[in-house]
Design a protein around this ligand. Structure first.
Ligand code: LLP
Length: 436
């Protein structure tokens, strides 16, 4: 594979055939059919270890808690793997909590984010004794206090504070601006901490922020962290102890050849330096919590798809594949760009430009636009949409009565089916015909 694609790590061409670790994509297609999500265990482990090493090597990071954001990819095998490596989890629903528990995760390392936590979700998290509720409004604080009281529990909390910092990313995944629905306003946070300190069934343990996702510039994260430290100083001065600062997730990955994703060191070290300075100055032992999602799984996965038809048009050529926006909705939703690689290469071939589209009845159903492939590309050829490990399967749906696809995890030359393809029957198994 050319160096320009080396960011896909364990996905490479050997003998002109795309492989995940030691397994050829064409063999995976034959054995498991398409479309198929393919994950590299080696890349997942490397991604986790990269964060872990940076934390372990810094005096302010060696007791940090790495809470993988389940929403990026909640497959049980992936949660199991991260849990075995020592991760905690960032969840946003009772469903995600249940996934973490089913995968053998440790509830005492779980933080619970989200603006709309339901009563039953809160109850389940209290019963599981999670590490912290990241509270996003005053109303949620009171609801949490009431439910904790009813169940004879004390709820550990932090407030998710909105630092009003522009993360310079896609507007749909910017979360830390005043206009966004997330978190409590920076200027109200101190008063909310004082209110919370008086509630009998609430225990303040930390402070939290998350400014956005797919961040390719780390300076907004550092700016947000500086603002949070200023607030922590005021909260401490009010006699309230903050044991941890949760900086959320958001570190971006490289989707395109001309993109540069920051190194984990360049993202974390400035934050850890600031934390260490703060702890030394104030005699505190505040620890760090992180909630990375995409950076842990994004480039560990690809969506393997089969060419159904090619259509040469007057103004556009199309490759119609068997995967669609219901399988990978990022292009349709955010106009996101995923590299699309042919599973078999032929460097001699003449090329043409195509849109890669799915079978769904929407013009927005595309996987990629204006991509170059060999002009002989035809039905039965295989393509792989790269960087599909994060927000691929987890955002998939059954639109157009399409079954959700299978997932496999590759490790060396071993392959494990970690989610079976849904069956047609399962699509309407919960539905009923008319009563009368
Ligand atoms: N923590 C909180 C509170 C979050 O809201 C998110 C993501 C994360 C952590 C993890 O962020 P990450 O490290 O993955 O950037 N569907 C979109 C991304 C939505 C992100 C939502 N929140 C996409 O496909 O780009």
């Amino acid at each position: 594979m050319s160096n320009s694609l080396s960011f896909f790590e364990n996905f490479e061409y050997k003998n002109n055939q795309l492989h995940c670790e030691n397994v050829a994509f064409s063999d995976l297609a034959q054995k498991f059919a398409t479309p198929l999500f393919v994950y590299s265990r080696g890349v997942l482990e490397n991604n986790f270890n990269e964060f872990n090493q940076v934390l372990k090597n810094h005096p302010a990071g060696n007791n940090a808690l790495l809470c993988y954001a389940v929403k990026a990819n909640g497959n049980l095998a992936i949660l199991d793997l991260f849990s075995q490596l020592g991760a905690g989890f960032d969840i946003v629903s009772g469903g995600e909590l249940a996934r973490v528990m089913a995968a053998g995760g440790d509830a005492s390392k779980v933080v619970f984010s989200g603006v709309g936590k339901s009563e039953s979700d809160i109850r389940a998290a209290l019963e599981a004794n999670i590490h912290c509720f990241n509270v996003e409004s005053e109303a949620e604080l009171y609801r949490l206090n009431e439910i904790a009281k009813k169940h004879g529990k004390v709820a550990p909390i932090s407030f998710r504070v909105n630092p009003n910092v522009d993360p310079k990313t896609h507007p749909y995944i910017s979360t830390g601006l005043k206009k966004n629905k997330f978190g409590v306003a920076y200027d109200n946070a101190l008063d909310l901490y004082k209110t919370a300190a008086k509630l009998e069934f609430i225990k303040i343990v930390g402070i939290d922020c998350h400014i956005g996702s797919q961040l390719l510039d780390v300076s907004p994260c550092v700016e947000a962290f500086e603002k949070i430290l200023l607030l922590v100083e005021k909260i401490n001065a009010a006699g309230i102890n903050i044991a941890h600062i949760d900086i959320g997730g958001g570190l971006g990955i490289r989707y395109q050849r001309d993109e540069v994703a920051p190194k984990v060191t360049d993202y974390l070290n400035p934050i850890l330096d600031l934390l260490q300075k703060y702890n030394q100055k104030n005699g505190t032992k505040i620890t760090l919590i992180l909630e990375p999602g995409r950076r842990m799984v994004g480039n560990a996965g690809a969506l393997l798809m089969n060419v159904e038809y090619t259509k040469l048009g007057e103004t556009k050529n199309f490759v119609v594949v068997d995967a669609a926006m219901n399988d990978l909705m990022r292009p349709a939703l955010y106009d996101a760009w995923h590299e699309i690689l042919p599973v078999k290469t032929d460097s001699q071939a003449e090329e043409k430009i195509y849109d890669v589209v799915g079978p769904i009845c929407e013009t927005g159903d595309f996987i990629g636009k204006d991509r170059k492939f060999a002009s002989q590309i035809q039905s039965g050829d295989l393509l792989a949409a790269m960087s599909a490990g994060a927000y691929g399967m987890s955002m998939s749906s059954n639109y157009n009565a399409r079954v959700r696809v299978a997932e496999v995890l590759v490790s060396g030359d071993k392959v494990q089916l970690i989610r079976e393809r849904e069956t047609i029957q399962s699509l309407f198994a919960n539905e009923k015909r008319l009563d009368h």
